[in-house]
Design a protein around this ligand. Structure first.
Ligand code: ZN
Length: 96
């Protein structure tokens, strides 16, 4: 079962990789790491994934690392496009 906290990424024809969205630590293969502090970790200098994956953005074609994109709304978009998407829904009201 795939929960909301996980994203399934197809990396080749027969291989799927599950990425935990809760914290980078959930995807890390390092054993002696001290970065985990009980809260959500989305950036870590010691991060070591089980698989190295690079994704191509559906929108702009940029190559990005989905592990550093775990907080994104759409895992098939690069961080920049996710940021743009986030702002899309904003309504700017002019008070003049
Ligand atoms: Zn993009």
């Amino acid at each position: 079962m795939v929960s909301r906290d996980m994203v399934r990424i197809q990396v080749s024809e027969h291989r799927m990789v599950m990425i935990h969205r809760r914290s980078l630590c959930d995807n890390c293969s390092r054993r002696d790491c001290t970065s985990f502090n009980g809260s959500r970790v989305t950036e870590c200098p010691n991060f070591k994934p089980h698989f190295v994956i690079f994704m191509k953005c559906r929108n702009c074609g940029a190559i990005y690392d989905p592990y550093y994109n775990i907080a994104a709304l759409d895992s098939e978009l690069c961080p920049e496009c996710n940021e743009a998407k986030k702002n899309e829904g904003m309504v700017v009201v002019c008070h003049r």
